[in-house]
Design a protein around this ligand. Structure first.
Ligand SMILES: [Zn+2]
Length: 368
């Protein structure tokens, strides 16, 4: 069954909106066109030349990768490095490449870290470092008799969600007034005559990623030609968006039990860690797939153990021996991300075929 790349991208970005990617990132459709047809996709952590060749061999029209192969501008296409060769091979063979990187890192539900938490069996998962600037408040003024319809439309578009509570809004009844000018086509009153209307101010919060969907719903379900409204940027952090994750093990473990649990649940051969000065139980676990040294202090403040990757020698000292810091390797921490991508797509499109790459793209080997 054929889908458009746009359908696939929309399904993935409904879980991890593109606006959540970090400034240095380059997530999105890197090669190909949104209206291109796709029968099956190859899922991977890294899109390399070998992965594109595998996609060609397996008749996949799309590669969905976690890491973008292109981060900065390419000025030449003369096969002189692995990035150019990969892109050239994809374009020549009409294989599209899509990357979903830090936007998938920065969501709680369905993100990279939720997959790691699931493997470790953590419960009560929450964001370790919530992201600011992701919440908006909308105040809209509407005739009282039209308020119910407008509110329903705003809720349907995703506004008014506060934690586990939906359809949250605050309303104040008051008196609105306006004088329709030349060229206007007023819903109430007539040109040149000041109109007084019993109006309701409806206030809702919304994630910044739903801004255009909520505003479209507002315009569609408001009777006025000019919709009086204010959109405010809030300093409140969105509880579902941000870096890292922290949760609890169902049963506390000793340090050695936790290390063994980590090894088996993440299917590791070996990994680096730094012990604590005490040997208390491990109950609260923080984690961040990929490079997560920037969250060591946050993890130390709230967790017994922190699982991440790409930790430098001196950064192990930042634990102050109060945190069991485990560096399990970048590839190893994120290798199950492709399962998460498959779960999102199979839930939305049961008939869409996704294949996992058989290419081992980890550039790091361990000599034992
Ligand atoms: Zn990564």
């Amino acid at each position: 069954m054929a889908f458009k790349i746009r359908d696939i991208v929309n399904a993935l970005e409904a879980v991890a909106p593109s606006s959540l990617q970090e400034a240095y990132d380059n997530s999105g459709l890197l090669v190909g066109q949104m209206d291109q047809e796709v029968q099956q996709a190859l899922l991977c952590l890294d899109c390399t030349e070998e992965v594109v060749q595998e996609a060609i061999d397996k008749h996949c029209q799309l590669v969905i990768a976690h890491h973008p192969i292109v981060f900065s501008g390419l000025k030449r296409f003369n096969s002189s490095n692995y990035v150019q060769r990969c892109i050239e091979l994809a374009i020549r063979n009409k294989v599209a490449i899509y990357a979903i990187h830090t936007n998938l890192d920065n969501v709680l539900q369905g993100g990279v870290n939720a997959k790691i938490a699931e493997r470790l069996g953590l419960v009560n998962g929450r964001i370790l470092q919530p992201m600011p600037g992701q919440m908006l408040r909308l105040d809209v003024y509407v005739p009282k008799e039209n308020a119910d319809e407008l509110e329903s439309a705003l809720f349907d578009a995703g506004a008014g969600q506060v934690g586990a509570y939906s359809e949250c809004r605050f309303a104040i009844d008051g008196s609105g007034s306006f004088t329709p000018g030349e060229g206007s086509d007023p819903y109430l009153g007539s040109q040149g005559v000041r109109e007084f209307v019993a109006e309701r101010q409806v206030s809702v919060v919304l994630p910044a990623s739903l801004r255009s969907a909520v505003l479209s719903a507002m315009y569609k379900h408001h009777p006025y030609e000019e919709v009086a409204h204010h959109l405010w940027a809030l300093d409140n952090a969105h509880p579902d968006f941000g870096a890292g994750l922290v949760g609890e093990l169902p049963q506390a473990m000793s340090e050695s039990e936790f290390l063994a649990h980590l090894k088996s649940s993440m299917d590791l051969h070996n990994f680096r860690y730094t012990p604590r000065k005490h040997n208390g139980p491990i109950k609260t676990v923080a984690l961040c797939g990929g490079a997560g040294s920037f969250l060591i202090k946050k993890a130390r403040a709230c967790a017994d153990a922190y699982v991440t990757a790409d930790v430098k020698y001196h950064e192990f000292f930042d634990t102050e021996k109060e945190l069991l810091l485990c560096d399990i390797g970048h590839f190893e921490s994120e290798r199950f991300t492709q399962e998460r991508l498959a779960e999102i797509l199979s839930h939305k499109f049961p008939n869409f075929a996704t294949l996992f790459t058989q290419t081992n793209t980890n550039p790091v080997r361990y000599y034992l």
